[in-house]
Design a protein around this ligand. Structure first.
Ligand code: FE2
Length: 415
């Protein structure tokens, strides 16, 4: 992570308190039972997200910087350490749903105690020491990442209940007619991508560097659910010529016939969502597709997925506007206007998640944050309706394995 200049630590403390409170507001609709369910190895229970983000502050902010620090409960480290080998042993990820203890109440008390200490640290003379603000900022950004993960994981857990419970009331429907698709023509050439300040960025967003692009065209809006339904109706899932071999095998093995959460009922597509089961809005961005499905769709539509450099070169000129978690609707809605680069649905790119030239992970356990995952994953760009607005920027690189479908993942076609 990089931070240009000395951040205002008091302002950071305020932003941090806000972010931590927002996580807890996201949990307000939950019953105690909802906090503990783990519906698959890739998804974590809400209680675990609450504990893990707290452990992150304890381990990377308080332990190295708070005078006289003692862990809140030393034994909990093993439960809430996700993947930081250098930070000690870890409870197996697929078994997070087996942890009925500590209780939800105890985890909230843990959050409050650690928040108090972090606030005291940031507002004390020690808060001005080198590294404190940087790690607190990283903790804040990490908290925001987990806000989106918490909601996506919760959606998956609720989807496995035949009662199809709604987390939140249904939003007002957006306009159903999508804007006509235009092609944004770009001349290519030598473009600069990656973060070079000011402000926060994760380490994987740098170093900034030049990339040579051939002339290309990028769709002016994401692929809609209606367009993807046409692909389904055209037998897209049954045409091996459209698919990568790995993707066709994955789809066959898992029985994919439509995006995740879609179900054909009473003559129309419906989908499960955090608002319960709702009709699929044909004008809304399609979501719940894997990289494999995105890639097959793009080929069917006569195009391809954009590289991350192509996407970023367009996004750099785009305002950071779109549909984000603060807007309250927890499904991607039709925008009814020229769709921006940001929000709504993450766009799968054609780019493998690898290090930029000259990338070096940070020293110590926190260097495990991003760098060690740079294999067998694909970059996604732009953020979604579950992303906090202040968490995103043009250089932001999200990444998931090509078969992942439970995040709010969509498609934008290039040529
Ligand atoms: Fe994490």
């Amino acid at each position: 992570m990089t931070l240009a200049g000395a951040p205002d630590v008091h302002r950071l403390a305020d932003r941090l308190a806000e972010a931590r409170a927002f996580t807890e507001r996201l949990c307000a609709p939950l019953a105690t039972e909802d906090y503990v369910v783990q519906s698959m190895p890739d998804a974590s229970p809400a209680k675990w997200h609450l504990g893990h983000t707290t452990w992150f502050f304890e381990t990377f902010v308080l332990a190295p910087h708070r005078p006289g620090f003692h862990p809140y409960q030393e034994a909990w480290g093993v439960l809430f350490n996700s993947y930081y080998v250098a930070a000690g042993p870890r409870h197996p990820r697929p078994e997070r749903g087996l942890l009925s203890r500590p209780t939800v109440r105890e985890v909230f008390a843990y959050r409050a105690a650690v928040d108090d200490q972090v606030q005291q640290l940031l507002r004390s003379p020690e808060g001005q020491r080198p590294g404190v603000a940087e790690m607190a900022e990283l903790g804040l950004q990490h908290e925001q990442q987990h806000q989106e993960l918490l909601l996506a994981d919760l959606q998956h857990a609720l989807s496995r209940n035949p009662l199809e419970p709604a987390y939140a009331p249904r939003p007002a429907p957006g306009p159903t007619a999508p804007p006509p698709l235009r092609w944004l023509d770009r001349p290519g050439g030598l473009v600069r991508i990656g973060h070079d300040g000011p402000g926060f960025a994760f380490d994987n967003e740098g170093p900034a560097h030049a990339v040579a692009l051939a002339p290309f065209r990028l769709a002016s809006r994401p692929v809609t659910a209606g367009e993807f339904a046409d692909f389904v109706a055209d037998g897209g899932y049954d045409q091996p010529g459209l698919w990568l071999s790995d993707g066709f095998a994955a789809a066959a093995q898992a029985g994919w016939r439509a995006p995740l959460y879609w179900d054909w009922r009473d003559g129309r597509w419906t989908r499960f969502s955090l608002h319960g089961r709702i009709p699929v809005d044909p004008g809304a961005p399609v979501t719940g597709v894997s990289y494999y499905e995105a890639e097959a769709y793009a080929r069917w539509a006569g195009g391809r997925l954009p590289t991350e450099a192509e996407w970023e070169s367009v996004a750099r000129e785009s305002p950071l506007e779109g549909q984000f978690v603060e807007d309250g609707a927890l499904v991607a809605l039709a925008t009814g206007a020229e769709a921006p680069a940001f929000g709504g649905a993450w766009a799968w790119t054609a780019s493998p998640y690898v290090a930029y030239p000259g990338f070096r992970p940070a020293a110590g356990a926190v260097g495990e944050y991003n760098g060690k995952f740079m294999v067998n994953q694909i970059v996604l760009r732009g953020g979604s309706c579950l992303s906090p607005r202040s968490h995103l920027r043009a250089t932001y690189r999200n990444f998931f394995p090509p078969h992942a479908r439970w995040q709010v993942t969509g498609i934008r076609v290039a040529r």
